[in-house]
Design a protein around this ligand. Structure first.
Ligand code: NAD
Length: 360
């Protein structure tokens, strides 16, 4: 029996995770994969219930599970809390403590969505890239970190630290080269080498690691240029390897190549059980209105099948159903435009995907 820890979280998290769970249950039954689902609380929901964003029971559940399906955390209700006690800390701790250092964020344009993006068709057609974001180091975790008195005694000083070791860079670079080897064999390492010491080490270690992968074409790009090239010529990219914060920002930008942030799934892999979540946040502006696009969560469920359960045909069945439902013209508001497309809600999308998988 495979145990999946289900952590819906806050905002639209519960709505989209419900649909992804529905799809996993269906695919599990269809392919004879015995799955059990165990739900845990995390983020703001957990702060409200027990005063901490990652209660010990949720940690134990995740630690013992075969894979984790995650929604999103955060929202205005908890915005005034200090950063180390906010809902997002629950997710950051989970990633760090489970050793999930490799965050795979595929950016693929489903052809029926070519007009959903504000970008020109000729720029985004056939976009298929993957942002590989280092997830347990960099600016989000470096010490010292915090707010204290300013050294001159006038007001305060805030510090964040961007730190990486050779070993941390090497292990994520290896994953990047391995993924590139299964794709179009091109890896772009993104840094800020002209300003940051951490980027100097990053570039040197990535270049050294490249010697183990002679078939992969490596190039380096400054992060500011990369943010421009992603819009100017996104097809030039295959695998984009980068630091934690850079990857967070670049992948939200890249989401528009796929039409909406509601289309981008992710897998966080490393030492512990894989964690699968859409790249978007809790979208409090549309929470509880049946408006959220659940496809990023459903595509994350496909990644769960692929990377944690090693069940490629189940993953492919989910992805093919997403294509068919989009081809049939069904759209949540984020990807809908006036015309023949049918406007549908979150729950209906989940039902349509299940129906489409059943029909094959
Ligand atoms: P967001 O990603 O939640 O929303 C940004 C915009 O995208 C909003 O207009 C929202 O309506 C839209 N959107 C997001 N997901 C969508 C979906 N599935 N379908 C349709 N539209 C969608 O980012 P934000 O507004 O900056 O952050 C809201 C909260 O989420 C904050 O508390 C933030 O800290 C948190 N957050 C959590 C995560 C996470 O849990 N992994 C990631 C990012 C932000």
């Amino acid at each position: 029996m495979t145990t999946i820890a289900v952590l819906p979280g806050d905002g639209v998290g519960p709505e989209i995770v419900l649909e992804a769970t529905k799809v996993l249950q269906h695919v599990g039954a269809l392919f004879g994969i015995p799955l059990t689902f165990e739900e845990g609380i995390v983020g703001g929901a957990a702060i409200d219930r027990c005063g901490t964003p990652l209660p010990p029971e949720t940690w134990s559940l995740c630690h013992a599970a075969d894979a984790i399906l995650f929604g999103a955390v955060g929202g205005p209700k908890w915005d005034s809390l200090p950063v180390d006690r906010r809902p997002e800390r629950g997710l950051l701790t989970l990633r760090k403590e489970l050793g999930l250092y490799a965050n795979l964020r595929p950016v693929r344009l489903f052809p029926p969505l070519v007009d959903a993006s504000p970008l020109k068709r000729e720029i985004i057609e056939e976009v298929d890239l993957l942002v590989l974001r280092e997830l347990t180091g960099g600016l989000y975790f470096g010490e010292p970190k915090g707010i204290g008195p300013a050294p001159d005694g006038k007001g305060e000083r805030a510090i964040d630290t961007l730190s990486y070791t050779t070993q941390e860079i090497e292990r994520i670079a290896r994953i990047g080269f391995q993924i590139a080897a299964q794709r179009r064999k091109r890896l772009t390492s993104v840094d800020k080498v002209n300003v940051l010491a951490s980027s100097q080490l990053w570039r040197r270690v990535v270049t050294e690691t490249a010697t183990e992968f002679p078939d992969i074409e490596l190039d380096h790009m400054l992060v500011d240029n990369c943010s421009m090239q992603l819009i100017r010529n996104p097809r030039r990219f295959d695998v984009v390897l980068t630091e934690n914060t850079f990857g967070d920002i670049l992948s939200d930008e890249a989401a528009m190549l796929a039409g909406s942030i509601g289309m981008l799934p992710s897998a966080s892999l490393g030492d512990g059980p894989g964690l699968y979540e859409p790249i978007h946040g809790s979208a409090p502006d549309i929470a509880g209105q049946d408006k959220a696009n659940p496809l990023a969560a459903i595509l994350s469920a496909a990644m769960l099948m692929r990377y944690s359960l090693h069940h490629e045909s189940a993953a492919a069945a989910i992805e093919a159903a997403v294509s068919r439902v989009l081809e049939a013209g069904y759209r949540t508001p984020d990807i809908w435009q006036p015309g023949p497309a049918v406007l549908v809600g979150t729950a209906q999308v989940g039902d349509l995907i299940v129906e489409s998988i059943a029909k094959g």
